[in-house]
Design a protein around this ligand. Structure first.
Ligand code: NAD
Length: 493
């Protein structure tokens, strides 16, 4: 479909927008509203020379920005947070236009978290200290060891489409606070808010070239041009495990650091002593939030047999209470999937689950919402029983509003089932026995293990995954470690 609009989303390089130049080399693509399938803007695709210009601009800006005192750098971050708040509804509208998520969700989650990311990392970097060690030497002398932390350099930031602004600022805020400069490549599905952020950062006083945006796809496009560019000093990437593995290979010959936040196949473990209503509230969010398109979403729900029917019935009721509809309608709880291609993938798992013998408790189809919305990539919230850990829908990340409910008898069995996965991002344990809560949470092979809650984040705490779910941690001091390199100084006294 071709956009019938002249609204352009442009690349932002060296402090200004780059106007698309007409001609055979110029390429663009449509920004699609997933709720209707209609284009709402045209995006200028960055070619290799433009990515090169962005990296060069970031390199030029690195010296001045990294030598700017921390209090001035953090002041820029705080002003950026204030300016996002001042343009709050503009960010909300841009995020919803690209993702189809309800305005209410962009207002409650995505945009406030962007503000919080800037403020938190300004605080974290302002308060950061250095470790030092006194070493006793022969003859009563001593040596003082301390490390100075220097920015990594020009950081390539590559992010996905599910929480576009939240995930972008989660990386850009600490990177800039630590004195790095960045070239960001938003998802081709969600170019809007990364572009708006460029205006905000410029107005907040960030020097030209410190934040650049290049739009495009992965292989053969801006993503690959960026990760293969010899001028980048590190890559921070959020996306699928397959793309992460590919990017790792790409940067391996130049031995650059990478931070990877990748896919998940997250488990919830519900014990018979759990508060059933509180658990159902938590499961409703963890299975269906953002139409199941959060890396932390639960797709495997293990339930102790004695409460299995209560949980299954209660969750079906909650799935049915979700309201799919126009993202602009305040009553809408659930938006579409990001694209028709992604819906085809999720739908493929519906078929596969039935072939594996699943019983569909609710959903399993494409809803008809009427009018314009029938052009969108909608899918029904779906719950299955009758599957086991051997079945592909229970092993592979689906990334939709869907979960398999599987019974267990003992705590040991629940732990074994939950850990029987190649992923290791997040889990949630539901129990009123706090000792059990701690015990089981600690036994999970994941980066984030919640007890009686889900997606509750203190941004100073580490975030990341094990196995196919990623490499390294970001958040608080972990972000400072990734976005800086220490030089240890040893002084004999
Ligand atoms: P994706 O891997 O397809 O794309 C992510 C980004 O990488 C996009 O900007 C894309 O254009 C770019 N890209 C693709 N191929 C590339 C290449 N060869 N070189 C450079 N860049 C390339 O992922 P997606 O479909 O956009 O996002 C969904 C995935 O992200 C899910 O697997 C989800 O679990 C994961 N995710 C993880 C986290 C986390 O924090 N662990 C958070 C959100 C999403």
């Amino acid at each position: 479909m071709t956009a019938d609009t002249t609204r352009w989303i442009r690349n932002f390089v060296d402090g200004r927008y780059v106007d698309p130049e007409p001609g055979p080399g110029h390429r663009s693509f449509d920004a699609i509203d997933p709720a209707t399938g209609r284009a709402h803007a045209q995006v200028h695709e960055a070619d290799a020379p433009l990515v090169d210009r962005a990296v060069t601009a970031a390199r030029t800006a690195l010296g001045p920005w990294s030598s700017t005192p921390v209090r001035e750098r953090t002041a820029v971050l705080r002003r950026a947070a204030d300016l996002i708040e001042a343009r709050f509804e503009e960010f909300v509208a841009a995020e919803t236009a690209d993702t189809g998520k309800p305005l209410t969700l962009s207002r409650e989650l995505d945009v406030p978290r962007a503000v919080a990311n800037f403020r938190t990392f300004a605080d974290v970097v302002a308060a950061a200290g250095q470790e030092s060690f006194m070493t006793d030497l022969a003859g009563g002398r001593q040596a003082l060891n301390y490390a100075v932390r220097k920015p990594l350099g020009v950081v390539a930031v590559i992010v996905p489409w599910n929480l576009p602004l939240l995930l972008l600022t989660w990386k850009v805020a600490p990177a800039l606070a630590c004195g790095n400069t960045v070239v960001v490549k938003p998802s081709e599905e969600t170019p809007g808010t990364a572009t708006l952020l460029a205006e905000v950062l410029a107005e907040a006083g960030l020097p030209a070239g410190a934040y650049n945006v290049v739009h495009g796809f992965g292989g053969g496009s801006a993503g690959e041009h960026l990760t293969t560019h010899p001028g980048i000093d590190g890559v921070t990437f959020t996306g699928s495990s397959a793309t992460g593995a590919h990017v790792m290979k790409t940067v391996a010959p130049r031995v650059r650091p990478v931070s990877f936040e990748l896919g998940g196949k997250n488990a919830a473990l519900v014990f018979e002593d759990a508060d059933i209503e509180e658990t159902l509230d938590g499961l409703q969010r963890s299975v269906f939030a953002n139409t199941g398109q959060v890396c932390l979403c639960t797709e495997r729900v293990y339930v102790q047999r004695s409460v299995f029917a209560d949980i299954a019935d209660g969750l079906v009721e909650r799935a049915k209470s979700l309201r799919l509809g126009s993202p602009l309608d305040e009553a809408t709880t659930t938006g579409p999937l990001i694209s028709q291609a992604h819906r085809d993938k999720v739908r493929g798992y519906f078929d596969l689950a039935e072939q594996c013998g699943a019983k569909v408790l609710t959903g399993g189809d494409i809803p008809r919402l009427g009018g314009d919305l029938d052009g969108g990539s909608w899918i029904e919230p779906t719950l299955w029983t009758g599957l086991t850990n051997a079945d592909r829908p229970v092993r592979e990340e689906i990334f939709g509003p869907v979960a398999a409910l599987i019974p267990f008898d003992t705590e040991a069995e629940a732990i074994a089932l939950a850990n029987d996965t190649e992923y290791g991002l997040a889990s949630s344990v539901w129990t009123s026995d706090l000792r059990r809560g701690h015990r089981v949470a600690q036994a999970m092979n994941v980066g984030m293990s919640w007890v009686n809650t889900w997606f509750l984040r203190d941004l100073r705490s580490p975030f990341g995954g094990v196995g196919l779910s990623g490499l390294g941690r970001e958040g608080g001091a972990s972000s400072l470690h990734f976005y800086t390199e220490p030089t240890n100084v040893c002084v004999q006294l």
